[in-house]
Design a protein. Structure first.
Length: 606
């Protein structure tokens, strides 16, 4: 793999799986469910830095197992380079259990005995990788063992600039029992001695007051800083929680006030702070602005559940800094949370080419449930055969569960329906408690809702939209009406991530759709065209009209692709292989038609 020689930041060290308890206020013993996130100080900083526009890379090891693949894939999805995330064949990826007991207590247990990231060595990197980056970040934990300390010192020798996040966890230095992961400070002359060997190599040192105490070897912050100053010329950044931070260079010092927000979860807030500071420091901004960005990022992360997923995007950070009167409980700001949800942790889909085979009523007319299930499995096989970038599917759970599971985890765009088909007013297959049903869905599954649309449906659509917000799922709203009432739906506080609409008959109708989306939800993913068993010629005419409009990202077509084969297969007039062949051929033809229309449109514009 050819390396990008222009990284802003390489983060070296901890990369783990965090299992976060989902019941704030309960002891770790009493947590009944957990959310899985990426974790580990350097990995969190890498994600935060990438979200803030820096070109970040990760230098670590993961296990050859599902957790290791999760760490690697999550980093990559966040835009972090993973070319130097090595797979260790003998060790497991680190694991951490965490909980939010109250504003002062955040119990956590590290499972890091002989873990993969603690086996990182000088063999895992070369001079070109590090010397071409603006800076290398190392954290204190990797100096707790001689082998990883040697690897970090070797890396620092090759780096242009070194950022040292003290990241002191006494339990990871063997200073307390394994169950005391939440302990933040235990004095140790041995630890102080090791950390002071790092300071002369650093250009920037970041830590809490307690972390500077352990590095300085005393529990007075000013004296600790004075002792460390005698060891090197680094800029020291002291995190002071709600008070903000202080910045100390060789020549001057200043304090930067924090933001008055409620502390919900301190875990990861320091990593968000570091990412915010580095987003300014590595782009040559004044130190005062670096500190302001750092405090803002810390305030945003401290108000949320999780570490890496709580990191703000550049757009979110600028939005937060553009105002002063935010609610103290930041997570209660629907506006801010909307920006966070729409600008972080989402895979880009510039194009979606979906085969929709979530049909239930139409296939029930052709055969019994076991046969419908078998047919949908064949359609899934056809789609896998013709998969291209942007391939997608809409599949139901009732008859398409096996097909749905076979497509999940393949990198496709996937949606599944929640509505009872053919019913007006709108009803959900899972009943009114749709949020509970969505909790069991993989996050990659988009929630698709077909609505025949009457005004009384607005309340149920709002219920569904709120459930999607609560569970982190995207919403695709399909409207089978001639003039879709987008403005009315937006006015009800409903912002679907996707719309599925018929191609408007007139050019001015397309313009109306675009205006409504741009006015009410400029972060909307876009529109997908539906098929309604239209002929290929009709679809191509619709594609030609839609391709001129950037808001249209592709199609979600079903019966036009598979229905002819379905009728013959259910009546025993064609084989399984014929179904697979014809569906794959028809899908490929439709993909080609869409891309031809888009290409011709681009050529005419240029």
């Amino acid at each position: 793999m050819k390396l990008d020689p222009h990284f802003d930041l390489v983060c070296m060290g901890r990369a783990a799986v965090d299992l976060y308890g989902e019941q704030p206020g309960a002891r770790l013993e009493d947590q009944s469910s957990f959310a899985k996130y990426l974790g580990g100080c350097p990995a969190n900083i890498a994600v935060g830095a990438s979200r803030l526009g820096l070109r970040a890379a990760m230098l670590t090891r993961v296990g050859d197992e599902a957790n290791g693949r999760f760490v690697r894939e999550t980093l990559a999805a966040e835009g972090v380079d993973v070319s130097h995330v090595r797979t260790d064949p003998r060790r497991l990826t680190a694991l951490v259990f965490l909980a939010i007991k109250d504003r002062e207590s955040f119990p956590l247990i590290f499972y890091r005995h002989d873990c993969a990231d603690m086996a990182v060595s000088a063999d895992d990197f070369d001079q070109a990788f590090l010397s071409n980056a603006k800076a290398l970040l190392v954290s204190g934990t990797h100096f707790s063992q001689p082998a990883t300390a040697r690897a970090c010192f070797a890396a620092m020798q090759l780096a242009k600039r070194v950022v040292f996040d003290i990241d002191y966890r006494p339990v990871l230095w063997g200073l307390t029992s394994p169950g005391r992961g939440e302990d933040r400070f235990i004095a140790s002359q041995e630890v102080t001695s090791v950390l002071q060997k790092v300071i002369p190599h650093a250009d920037l040192v970041i830590g809490t007051e307690e972390e500077f105490h352990i590095a300085g070897g005393c529990e007075d912050t000013d004296e600790a800083l004075a002792r460390l100053r005698r060891l090197g010329d680094a800029t020291f950044v002291v995190k002071r929680g709600p008070l903000g931070c202080s910045v100390h260079t060789k020549k001057s010092s200043f304090a930067q006030s924090g933001f008055p927000v409620e502390v919900f979860n301190i875990l990861g807030a320091g990593d968000g702070f570091a990412a915010g500071f580095l987003s300014g420091w590595l782009t040559e901004r004044p130190l005062e602005e670096c500190a302001r960005r750092a405090n803002a990022c810390g305030a945003l992360v401290v108000s949320r559940h999780g570490c890496a997923p709580a990191m703000p995007s550049e757009e979110e950070l600028e939005f937060f800094l553009s105002r002063t009167h935010w609610p103290r409980r930041l997570r209660e700001s629907a506006e801010l949370e909307e920006v966070h949800r729409r600008t972080t942790g989402r895979r880009r889909w510039p194009e979606v080419l979906a085969l929709a085979f979530d049909h239930r009523r139409q296939l029930e007319e052709l055969g019994p449930p076991p046969r419908i299930q078998r047919f949908k499995a064949l359609v899934a096989q056809a789609l896998l055969r013709e998969s291209v970038p942007g391939t997608g599917a809409i599949v139901d759970e009732r008859y398409g569960e096996d097909a749905l599971f076979s497509l999940t985890g393949k990198g496709m765009w996937l949606a599944r329906p929640v509505e009872v088909p053919g019913i007006s007013p709108l009803q959900f297959e899972s009943g009114d408690n749709v949020g509970a049903a969505l909790r069991a869905w993989p996050k990659e599954h988009v929630v698709k809702c077909l609505c025949l649309y009457e005004k009384q449906d607005l309340a149920r659509l709002k219920l569904l939209y709120d459930a999607c917000l609560a569970t982190g799922h995207e919403l695709l709203l399909e409207l089978l009406v001639k003039n879709p009432p987008l403005e009315e739906i937006y006015a009800a506080g409903i912002k679907p991530d996707w719309w599925k609409l018929a191609s408007p008959e007139k050019e001015q109708d397309w313009a109306g759709v675009e205006r409504a989306i741009e006015k009410n939800d400029p972060r909307c993913r876009g529109v997908l065209l539906l098929g309604m068993e239209a002929s290929e010629d009709e679809l191509e005419r619709g594609f030609a009209a839609a391709a001129r409009h950037p808001v249209c990202k592709g199609f979600a077509v079903g019966r036009s692709i598979f229905m002819d084969a379905a009728r013959r297969w259910f009546s025993g007039k064609c084989s399984d292989e014929t179904v697979i062949h014809e569906v794959a051929r028809n899908y490929a033809s439709l993909v080609a038609a869409w891309r031809k229309a888009r290409s011709e449109c681009k050529e005419s514009v240029s």
